[in-house]
Design a protein around this ligand. Structure first.
Ligand code: ATP
Length: 429
């Protein structure tokens, strides 16, 4: 089996560990493993084919007829122990001299996005933050034409299985791609872009999803890859803020990530000793200002010298109006006379070394992803690999995506109990 793995959407700590686990497990189980750089955008762009014409190197992807010698010599997959990715990244720059290389995310890609990788390419990746194979938000993949190009590129590379590590948007894209696959291939065959043999061989695309998201906003799994590390980063930041807040007896309003999901804010509130927390799925009744001030006043009365209020970026009141950190600061200053500052943690929450859990979870899930691919056939649904009561589980990808969407709908309809129930890990086994 030829497996490709990609990371998509917002980066999260632990994505590299997931890629590493898929690569190593795949190789151990006798598969050829490829990485797709820059998420779905890399699938759409695929690998440029080059030819020499009148002394110039020419891109022949459009005609698909000629293969370029240098490229083949330089990049053709050799033994699994060859460091193929390093070759790609630090190659001799021949393609670069011609001005034909591509730069995405500050790296030289040399027109190749789908790259076979060997054992050593992913050595030590579990301790690296972000995603080393790059991620992107691809508008092209959202179009049928884009997905058709992506299907063509996978068939050209002989790839029949795909592991996607990303958030709910990325997994929605994976589900759409899998459902459309037969039509995309028929279309490629009808337009003579693939042969009858390729059509028969690639009639079915196996897809498995891994959830990489710092927000922990996916239904049917207890934890998403990257959420534990983001929580650590927030706790470290609150520790730092706490010491200065205590010294000056100040209040701090800290904005944390969480567009639709308050998991980070709530747990950081518990871990960091916050006085009040605003999240999207449990809006305070209007006027919430009175409730917040009464609570904080009570905390001050019993002897607290510092005040920490956490605001998830998607926090809203019961009328669905956004609750902004600057406004909370104004209320605390004006009503309680507190010397108040705002700190927005922003992207510091995403970055840095994965904590132990964000190495363990993606490793176990990456192994399970490959097992699921090897065990699946045309009758099996696409799976998402989740975590349920401390066990790594396979759940139907489509159901998980649908349930996650239902949470957003429930919040919009102000049915918060329903939203929290759907967000929880309850699912049919
Ligand atoms: P995050 O949680 O960090 O936002 P995400 O995976 O939800 O991550 P999105 O930007 O929603 O991030 O999606 C990532 C990519 O997935 C998109 O740029 C697009 O290429 C693809 N995608 C999302 N939704 C669809 C869809 N309905 N059809 C096809 N592709 C999609």
């Amino acid at each position: 089996m030829r497996i490709a793995v990609l990371t998509s959407g917002g980066d999260s700590a632990g994505m590299n560990a997931a890629v590493r686990a898929v690569v190593k497990t795949g190789i151990l189980k006798g598969c050829e493993v490829y990485v797709v750089r820059e998420g779905y955008e890399g699938l759409v762009r695929g690998n440029t084919e080059w030819a020499e014409a009148e002394g110039q190197r020419v891109n022949t992807s459009a005609t698909e007829s000629v293969k370029q010698e240098v490229e083949i010599n330089q990049y053709q997959a050799g033994s699994d122990n060859v460091n193929l990715l390093e070759n790609l990244r630090f190659g001799d720059g021949e393609l670069l001299k011609d001005g034909t290389s591509e730069f995405v995310g500050g790296r030289t890609l040399k027109g190749r996005y789908i790259v076979r990788v060997g054992w050593d390419d992913v050595r030590g990746w579990f301790s690296q933050g972000g995603t080393l194979i790059g991620t992107a938000r691809s508008m092209t993949f959202k179009t049928v034409e884009g997905r058709r190009a992506a299907a063509h590129n996978l068939v050209k590379e002989g790839i029949d299985a795909l592991v996607v590590c990303g958030g709910d948007g990325s997994l929605t894209g994976a589900d759409v791609f899998r459902r459309e696959w037969p039509d995309l291939l028929s279309n490629l065959y009808e337009t003579s872009l693939i042969t009858e043999e390729q059509l028969k061989k690639h009639g079915h695309l196996k897809i498995v999803g891994l959830v990489g998201s710092i927000d922990n906003d996916m239904s049917m799994t207890d934890l998403t890859i990257g959420a534990p590390t983001a929580l650590h980063r927030i706790c470290e930041a609150i520790d730092n803020i706490n010491s200065t807040a205590y010294s000056h007896s100040r209040a701090f309003v800290v904005e944390v990530m969480g567009r639709d999901c308050g998991w980070l804010a709530v747990l950081a509130g518990v871990a960091g000793g916050a006085d009040f927390v605003f999240i999207p799925e449990r809006p305070p009744q209007v006027p919430w200002e009175d409730a917040m001030c009464a609570e904080i006043h009570r905390h001050r009365e019993v002897g607290k010298r510092k005040t920490i209020v956490l605001v998830a970026e998607g926090a809203q009141d019961a009328d669905l109006n956004p609750i902004k950190a600057e406004y909370v600061k104004q209320v605390l200053s004006e009503r309680l006379g507190l010397d108040t500052r705002v700190t927005t943690l922003g992207h510091t929450q995403r970055g840095g070394r994965p904590c132990a859990l964000d190495r363990i979870l993606p490793t176990l899930q990456g192994v399970e992803a490959v097992n699921a691919l090897l065990e699946s056939d045309e009758s099996t649904p696409s799976y998402m690999i989740g975590l349920h009561e401390n066990k790594i589980v396979r759940v139907p990808l489509m159901e998980a995506v649908e349930q996650t969407r239902a949470v957003t709908r429930a919040v919009k309809a102000k049915d918060y109990d329903k939203a929290l129930e759907l967000r929880g890990s309850e699912f049919k086994e």
